[in-house]
Design a protein around this ligand. Structure first.
Ligand code: COA
Length: 320
């Protein structure tokens, strides 16, 4: 038993922001941002939070799959930007879409979140615990971005993407997940400091901070390694893979992975130019674009791979 993706949906932030717009708030330029990252624009959310973008992406995925919300028995939502400590964003989505029969919980693995959630879903489907699972990647990064820090603020966007998975006999699934907490400081965002009446400190909220070059080196090394690992576990050659759908963090990282794997860049679809890095949402948003453009054919073998804060990284091989 494995999981099959039955439908996809996406919901980006509502406001298009160009590199030129950002050059008005920090010292940067379209030339600098585009040449180093491949990003031209991003969508930021001005009204909808994580759970509302996630709910909208989920409605679209359910419609695309032809499945009613009451038929879902699990909702997994990968995010680093929940609106509440509790209830979880997954429970908020459950309420918003009316998935009354589902259990729901969040997964926290930063930009690897969707890949981790997808593997969690596939394992549940394989074990027979659940039959239909909604897997969502959603982030509202603009609310944890320091808009005076040009090193980070030019990179990120807001959005959500979702897939509906159903248990299916046969099929193909392999996945790997990795974490290295020792390198956590390379990419951080404080959620809430330890202030209480004993410490005398007031609770503080943090913003994203990053050592860009360290993250770059980590991604270029670890992503090809975990893709190779998945291929070797599945005993499948690279030639059999139709697409590598990678976390959209930087066009140069994707190009470097393509070179290291010795696979043509045409097999690495990208939409970072338009959306920027939407963290857990990049892969399902791209998958939805490809699905709706008719670029995926039944039985295509695809690999999705993510990396990010934690540090975390992983890859999933699935048949469309
Ligand atoms: N506009 C203009 N100049 C900028 C800038 C910006 N937005 N951001 C940084 N700079 C400047 C720096 O201050 C530095 O100037 P200095 O040499 O005078 O000190 C110079 O550009 C080079 O900075 P550096 O950080 O070395 O640039 P880089 O070539 O490493 O590119 C990133 C920066 C962030 C684009 C790149 O490191 C990267 O993409 N890393 C991966 C990040 C990532 O993917 N994060 C998400 C992971 S999920």
């Amino acid at each position: 038993m494995t999981g099959k993706i039955k439908g996809t949906g996406a919901c980006p932030g509502d406001r298009l922001v160009t590199n030129e717009d950002l050059a008005e708030i920090v010292e940067t330029s379209d030339e600098w941002i585009y040449s180093r990252t491949g990003i031209k624009t991003r969508y930021l959310s001005t009204g909808r939070g994580t759970s509302e973008m996630a709910a909208e992406a989920s409605r679209r995925a359910l419609e695309n799959a032809g499945i009613h919300p009451e038929e879902l028995d699990l909702i997994l939502l990968a995010t680093s930007t929940p609106e509440y400590c509790f209830p979880s964003s997954a429970c908020q989505v459950q309420e918003k879409i009316g998935a009354v029969n589902a259990a729901a919980f969040d997964i926290s693995a930063a930009c690897s979140g969707f890949v981790f959630a997808l593997q969690t879903a596939c394992s549940f489907l394989a074990s027979g615990s659940f039959q239909r699972i909604l897997v969502i990647g959603a982030d509202d990064l603009s609310k944890i971005t320091d808009w005076s820090d040009r090193k980070t603020c030019v990179l990120f966007g807001d959005g959500a993407g979702a897939v509906v998975m159903e248990a299916e006999e046969g099929g193909l699934f392999r996945g790997v997940m990795h974490s290295d907490g020792r390198k956590g400081r390379v990419l951080t965002c404080l959620s809430r400091s330890e202030g209480n009446f004993l410490t005398g400190k007031k609770p503080e909220y943090g913003f994203t901070s990053m050592d860009g070059q360290e993250v770059f080196k980590f991604a270029v090394k670890k992503v090809p390694e975990c893709i190779d690992q998945v291929l070797s576990d599945a005993e499948i050659s690279k030639e059999e893979i139709r697409y590598y759908i990678l976390h959209q963090a930087n066009e140069r990282i994707i190009e470097a992975v393509s070179k290291r794997l010795k696979e043509p860049i045409e097999k690495f679809p990208m939409n970072i130019r338009e959306y920027g890095n939407t963290s857990a949402a990049t892969i399902p948003i791209l998958l939805d674009e490809m699905n709706r453009a008719g670029k995926l054919t039944r039985r295509d073998k695809i690999i999705m791979a993510g990396f990010g804060g934690g540090l975390t990284w992983g890859a999933v091989l699935l048949e469309w």
